[in-house]
Design a binder for this molecule. Structure first.
Ligand code: GUN
Length: 295
């Protein structure tokens, strides 16, 4: 069997187009653009790239982008004051503080300062609690994007066995909550799980978010399973001195067993930014009392 490749890049482009259409309608109705503020502390190269592409995508979707770059040695109190100012700024609908923060800062404290109704990353305790209890809130962008790809491929997920590998607050835990909400039977596996291959082999849906290159191989999979690979691991490439990106799933072997699988790159990655734009649009609509269509 050769798995169908799930084209996250194409799906994300369509989603961004829909967000752009509604962003224009929002601007007409509210008399202002939806706005996303992104805060970057320090010069981490990967974070700089993410922040740049988030800013570009925000403008392309017809929303306002506010970028705040702070030096790595900025006192924590200064960052907290900036977040407070963004909370109070009526032009800002979404606030994203790029992680990781420098070691002298307390990430939990910084996240807790973000107004939950502007928390488009879905990282606050309030939004985690809303997700866990079935209330409207904001869902972290990567698991939200994974769920969209799964529903597009499989339709109704009710009753399916889902295994999430990884228990991070950003991906694993919210992913499990989302799948539970869709009436899947959910197992959260992690580094201490016994007989992981046997656990994964039961799954109709596998979401791999562990950060271990090519860990999940084809012999771990139930034939026909839908595999979502969240991993972005940089490993040595074929040419000396060059690197390449690989997922947590060994694509060559997995694609001979799975029914459908996301590639790396071009699978889950592009969905994360598209969902950030979606969450920002929804934040703007809710704050301004403007109705949109569910996307
Ligand atoms: N760092 C890596 N991914 C993310 C993300 O989705 N949001 C934020 N705020 N920081 C990140």
């Amino acid at each position: 069997m050769t798995a169908e490749t799930i084209d996250g890049k194409a799906f994300a482009a369509t989603l961004r187009g829909k967000v752009g259409d509604q962003a224009r309608a929002f601007e007409a109705a509210a008399g202002r653009q939806a706005g996303l503020a992104v805060v970057l502390v320090g010069e981490d190269p990967a974070s700089q790239i993410y922040v740049r592409s988030k800013g570009k995508a925000t403008l392309e979707a017809g929303m306002a982008s506010f970028e705040h770059k702070l030096a790595a040695d900025t006192p924590e109190a200064e960052l907290l004051a900036l977040v407070d100012a963004l909370n109070a700024d009526p032009a800002v609908d979404g606030i994203l503080v790029q992680l990781p923060l420098p070691p002298h800062m307390n990430e939990a404290k910084v996240i807790a300062t973000i107004d939950p109704d502007k928390d488009v990353d879905g990282f606050t305790v309030v939004n985690a609690g809303r997700l866990a209890t079935g209330l409207h809130g904001f869902v972290p962008c990567t698991p939200l994007g994974c769920l969209m790809l799964l529903k597009d491929r499989l339709g109704d997920l009710a009753g399916l066995d889902a295994v999430v590998i990884g228990r991070s607050n950003i991906v694993g835990k919210p992913m499990a909550q989302l799948l539970l909400k869709e009436s899947c039977t959910v197992t959260v596996a992690h580094s201490r799980t016994r007989d992981l291959a046997d656990v994964v082999r039961r799954a109709d849906i596998v979401v791999a978010a562990v950060g271990r290159p090519a860990m999940v191989t084809g012999d771990w999979l139930k034939p026909g399973a839908t595999v979502i690979d969240v991993g972005i691991n940089r490993v040595p490439g074929a040419e000396p001195g060059k690197t390449k990106l690989v997922g947590d799933v060994d694509f060559p072997s997995a694609s001979t067993v799975a029914g459908a699988i996301t590639p790396v790159p071009g699978g889950v990655g592009p969905m994360t930014i598209a969902c950030l734009l979606r969450n920002t649009l929804v934040a703007a609509q809710r704050r301004a009392g403007v109705r949109g269509t569910e996307i």
